[in-house]
Design a protein around this ligand. Structure first.
Ligand SMILES: C[S@@+](CC[C@H](N)C(=O)[O-])C[C@H]1O[C@@H](n2cnc3c(N)ncnc32)[C@H](O)[C@@H]1O
Length: 328
């Protein structure tokens, strides 16, 4: 199943901070995983689901602490939130947004914070400021209006409906478990032969998630991940113009590191919408010693990580998407 080249990347119906759409080809080129029998692709922080949906493995275990994301994807998988229901809802409420503007957006937000409807969540996610998902301490969605009353044009509605249809197709007929649980529980379910892709909130970057994330969480995650009985790949930010993520050198020493430069478009502040070096920390699952893989590992030497290190050009891939990838 992996590694593989990707020439088309599907886009999920919801957006979130740290969404990895543009990094899918880089991740799929970097990981070696050949599932057998009941082996699963596991994501303890699945967010928008873009990585799993593009991979579409036969068995998958997806989990997130955000219950609304989990509910939305379960509804799509179980054919409760169908493309036609999404179209009907977005056309109707899109018209009301056009008439009522910000006032109507805040009415839907209030309704969502009391009822938690997945269609309201989809509406808010696609019309809020910058596609951010953020909740206050009481668990209420608090992202302001994106200032576009005419947001749900026919073309935009069709685009979202097609994304719902694509997500449903990618899950259909496959044994996927979608769970609302903290990452510790998900890692505890990993077995030999599974592969775990981890994309936690970034320390010092995404402080506005459903759950908070700090240095101690990140250190515990590294410790538990290194003890997994299977392969893994973890996404982390490595460095930007201003600073470097020293957590990597301190906690992931000796793990294979691949790097590519990426621009984040989703973020609540300008500081979060910038160019950043993305690291993928990998421990391959049962690497196969084919000629292609031997050549590959020769190019991907392990980095001796220590405070003060920098990445050499050898591990750096300037194009995350590869030469041919198209994005839906
Ligand atoms: C960087 S995002 C994942 C992005 C995803 N890979 C994508 O491409 O869309 C991190 C996710 O971790 C979830 N999260 C935060 N704290 C968590 C926790 N303690 N346990 C499980 N999930 C958590 C957030 O709800 C968020 O969806």
């Amino acid at each position: 199943m992996l590694p593989r080249d990707t020439d088309w990347v599907g886009t999920p119906p919801i957006k979130c901070q740290g969404i990895k759409t543009k990094l899918v080809p880089f991740i799929f080129r970097s990981v070696i995983w050949r599932p057998e029998g009941d082996d699963r692709w596991i994501e303890p922080f699945f967010g928008s689901g873009v990585v799993a949906l593009n991979l579409a493995p036969a068995r998958d275990l997806l989990a997130d602490s955000n219950e609304h994301i989990v509910r939305l994807y379960r509804a799509i998988k179980d054919d409760e939130l169908t493309p036609s229901r999404a179209r009907e809802y977005l056309q109707h409420h899109g018209r009301l947004l056009e008439l009522g503007g910000a006032e109507y957006y805040y009415e839907v937000r209030e309704r969502f914070n009391h009822g938690g409807s997945s269609l309201d969540f989809l509406f808010l996610n696609r019309s809020c400021f910058n596609g951010v998902i953020r909740f206050n301490r009481k668990g209420a969605f608090n992202v302001p209006f994106g200032h576009k009353p005419g947001r749900f044009t026919q073309a935009y509605t069709t685009k979202i409906v097609n994304q719902v249809a694509w997500a449903a197709r990618q899950m259909r007929g496959r044994r996927w478990q979608i769970l609302h649980q903290p990452w510790e529980q998900t890692l505890g379910m990993a077995r030999k032969g599974d592969f775990v892709y981890l994309d936690p909130p970034y320390i010092g970057r995404h402080t506005d998630y459903y759950d908070s994330w700090d240095e101690r969480d990140a250190a515990r995650l590294a410790e538990r991940t290194l003890a997994l009985p299977c392969g893994f790949a973890a996404s982390m930010w490595l460095e930007n113009r201003h600073r470097r993520n020293d957590h990597i050198a301190e906690h992931w020493n000796g793990v294979e590191l691949r790097v590519c430069t990426h621009f984040y478009h989703v973020g609540s502040t300008q500081d979060l919408r910038n160019e950043i070096d993305e690291a993928l920390l990998i421990r391959q699952d049962r690497p196969h010693r084919t000629r292609a893989n031997s050549a590959r590992s020769a190019r991907q030497r392990r980095l001796p990580l220590r405070p003060g290190w920098r990445c050499s050009a050898m591990q750096r891939s300037t194009s995350c998407s590869g030469p041919r990838a198209r994005f839906a």
